[in-house]
Design a protein around this ligand. Structure first.
Ligand code: 2HA
Ligand code: ZN
Length: 269
């Protein structure tokens, strides 16, 4: 079967990166059944031939206008599709969509009419917001990392920056590789516009946001970096939980040690 990827190494590379990350999410136990979503802005990989491609299903109303996405193309995991299947057969479990010129609809152009991810409202709203700010964040990832979700089940970790400071203090590299920390969104219905809006509010201050009792959402220049940020934060959560399981509250790095790190790595305060 011919594919939109045929003869397009740049697009193929992006799709292969998505497939690689999808495999990691499954291996980590963060992607049960159809859990999690990935969208990547692939507009830069699109040639004239793709631009001429007709839609293979009727355009879908996005329920909102996203002006910065005019004519953009995204590769998205399909709704109800499994990450572990996306890993092995990305084009059968994902689709390439185009945002129409009215910025209010999307249409699927390849390779089969797989309806995109149920978290498309939050993903596209984030892409729109970031493009509007001129930020080069092409990838958005939503996943269910076990330890971070477990920690979101208590009010004390949902207060602003409590978890950020705790996770940074578990291992020096966490702040270095996730210097903006972890935003918090109180529980909202999965896939809802309210969840999308609450997530947007976090983007000025954070690249990764924890959705209470649900999962995380990360944005980054590419999908591998989005995965790395969540991986680094979840590793810190695992260290905290392991210490608690050994029967003690971990000390965490001291304020002086954090300060020394922040200075040495030239990190924001
Ligand atoms: O796509 O994880 O939040 C499945 C989800 C929705
Ligand atoms: Zn989810």
């Amino acid at each position: 079967m011919s594919s939109i990827l045929d003869g397009r190494p740049a697009l193929q590379y992006e799709v292969e990166q998505v497939a690689e990350v999808a495999g990691y999410l499954w291996q980590k136990g963060w992607a049960e059944r159809n859990g999690g979503n990935i969208t990547v802005n692939v507009t830069a990989c699109v040639d004239d031939e793709i631009r001429q491609m007709p839609a293979i299903a009727p355009a879908v109303d996005m329920g909102t206008v996203l002006p910065h996405l005019k004519g953009c193309y995204f590769f998205c995991k399909g709704t109800n599709k499994r990450m572990r299947d996306l890993a092995r057969r990305p084009m059968e479990n994902g689709s390439v969509i185009r945002i129409t010129d009215d910025c209010a609809h999307y249409e699927i152009i390849a390779d089969n009419p797989v309806k995109p991810t149920s978290e498309l409202p939050s993903h596209l709203a984030m892409h729109n917001y970031l493009l509007g700010k001129g930020q080069n964040c092409k990838a958005a990832l939503h996943t269910h990392p076990i330890e971070l979700v477990a920690m979101s089940h208590t009010d004390k970790f949902l207060q602003k920056d409590v978890l950020t400071n705790l996770l940074w203090s578990m291992i020096p590299e966490t702040k270095a590789f996730c210097p903006r920390g972890l935003g918090i969104v109180p529980y909202q219905l999965p896939g809802s516009q309210r969840l999308a809006e609450a997530t947007l509010e976090q983007l000025d201050d954070y690249d990764v946001t924890l959705w209470e009792k649900h999962g995380v959402c990360a944005v980054a220049p590419d999908i591998m970096e989005a995965f790395d940020q969540v991986d680094v934060l979840n590793k810190s959560a695992q260290i905290y939980i392991n210490a608690r399981a050994m029967g003690f509250e971990p000390d965490g790095m001291s304020a002086e040690q954090m300060q020394e790190m922040t200075k040495a790595f030239n990190l924001p305060k």
